[in-house]
Design a protein around this ligand. Structure first.
Ligand code: NDP
Length: 388
């Protein structure tokens, strides 16, 4: 019998939904890289149900019960008196989502003496101290590709929201106004703009593909250059580094993993080299920027807009500068947790658990740390040993 602590975001303030806006979500069978969507032996939920909150329990309550395991589900995750911290010392598994991350720090991993598996239901395991996981023999796994397209769609939406000045215009409409000049004094067409991506991995490539039909000029930088035929197909210009990219574009979209090389990348100095009136959309990780520098650049007009869904910490405090900075189109961390994405990563979580309990290998592409070192996708994405 194993003990699993699952840390999920709280239920909706009005309670778990009795019905949904739509009756189904489309069935997706495979990913653009040819891999299949998760293949658990069964699922005990209806795709399209709200699974990522405490009552949803990723649709896994029955699975744990049937296996005779103990399952604790909580959203109380921060501070020494939290339920997570209390339940951690004898936990064999921790499951968490990046949207409401259970920060598995070095201290917490040292305290969790039975911990064997830290499973990210979603993508991005930077909330786990990967060096500590390596040292303590904890396997870290995530559900690669499960929500990459979800994030790419959100990115395109936020680029358009900023450039077209959508949110202030919507506000005029719902507040009873018809103030067209106020709506359009900051509205532009995306067509013809230079759009640059930091990283062309799974999400980055999906964003490039989705932006191409807007007749924009596409740019990217990445530690590894795309094959020449892919660059040609997407009509995208490569830049050797972030510095060269940001001064050549009107819009920057960040899709790099968080580790030493990208931490606080968008600081005052880099921001000052961008074209005046640039936009940034960041759906990667909040810590790839310096929040105060972003807010200052919006106030000065160096940036025309900033959007994204990733903050640090999560949830951010009420006085986080991004809550009140001008011309922002921020959302909470929601891009990768649509009901559609939840169905995939809940099934992927179950697939990983089935492998774990049966002593079978977990798909290589799901692995971040295994056997005391970076493995699978982790070895590719978090290439520095200083990855956090
Ligand atoms: P991938 O691993 O597919 O792609 C990451 C890319 O970043 C790789 O091509 C990698 O290159 C490149 N890279 C690594 N370091 C740098 C660097 N210093 N500069 C430029 N490029 C770099 O990841 P995904 O596309 O699936 O996800 C990207 C990130 O998005 C995740 O790490 C996560 O933080 C975030 N994410 C956010 C979600 C959300 O809900 N907002 C959901 C899912 C992910 P190489 O191949 O050479 O290593």
């Amino acid at each position: 019998m194993a003990k699993c602590v699952m840390v999920l975001y709280p239920d909706p303030v009005n309670g778990y939904p009795p019905r949904y806006a739509r009756d189904t979500v489309p069935a997706i069978n495979g990913y653009p890289d040819g891999n299949t969507v998760p293949t658990p032996s069964a699922i005990d939920f209806t795709p399209g149900a709200l699974l990522g909150c405490v009552s949803g329990a990723l649709g896994l309550r029955k699975f744990f019960e049937d296996g005779g395991h103990e399952l604790v589900v909580t959203s109380d995750k921060d501070g020494p008196d939290s339920e997570f911290e209390r339940e951690l010392p004898d936990a064999d598994l921790v499951i968490s989502q990046p949207f409401w991350p259970a920060y598995l720090t070095q201290e917490r991993i040292a305290k969790a003496r039975n911990l064997k598996l830290a499973l990210t239901a979603g993508i991005g395991s930077d909330h786990v101290d990967l060096d500590a996981a390596k040292q303590h023999g904890v396997t870290v796994a995530e559900v690669t590709y499960s929500n990459s397209i979800s994030v790419a769609e959100h990115t395109v939406m936020q680029i358009l929201a900023l450039v077209r000045n959508f949110i202030p215009s919507h506000r005029w409409a719902v507040e009873g106004g018809w103030n067209i000049a106020d709506c359009v004094e900051r509205a532009y067409d995306l067509e013809g703009m230079d759009v640059g991506l930091i990283a062309a991995g799974r999400i980055g490539r999906a964003v490039l593909r989705r932006l191409a039909p807007f007749d924009v000029k596409l740019h990217y930088t990445d530690t590894r250059r795309l094959p020449a035929e892919v660059e040609k197909q997407l009509d995208v210009t490569f830049h050797p580094d972030v510095e060269s990219l940001v001064k050549s574009v009107d819009i920057v979209s960040i899709h790099s993993p968080l580790y030493e090389a990208t931490r606080q990348m968008f600081n005052e100095k880099l921001l000052s080299t961008m074209r005046r009136g640039s936009y940034i959309v960041n759906t990667a990780r909040g810590e790839e920027t310096v929040p105060e520098a972003i807010a200052a650049a919006l106030h000065s007009g160096q940036l025309a807009g900033y959007a994204g869904d990733v903050w640090y910490p999560q949830p951010p405090p009420p006085d986080h500068p991004w809550r009140t900075m001008p011309n922002n189109a921020m959302t909470p961390h929601v891009s990768g947790t649509t009901l559609s994405a939840q169905a995939r990563y809940a099934a992927g979580t179950r697939e990983i658990l089935e492998c774990f309990f049966a002593g079978k290998p977990i798909r290589d592409e799901y692995l971040i740390v295994a056997g005391g070192k970076l493995a699978g996708t982790g070895a590719l994405s978090y290439q520095s040993s200083a990855a956090l």
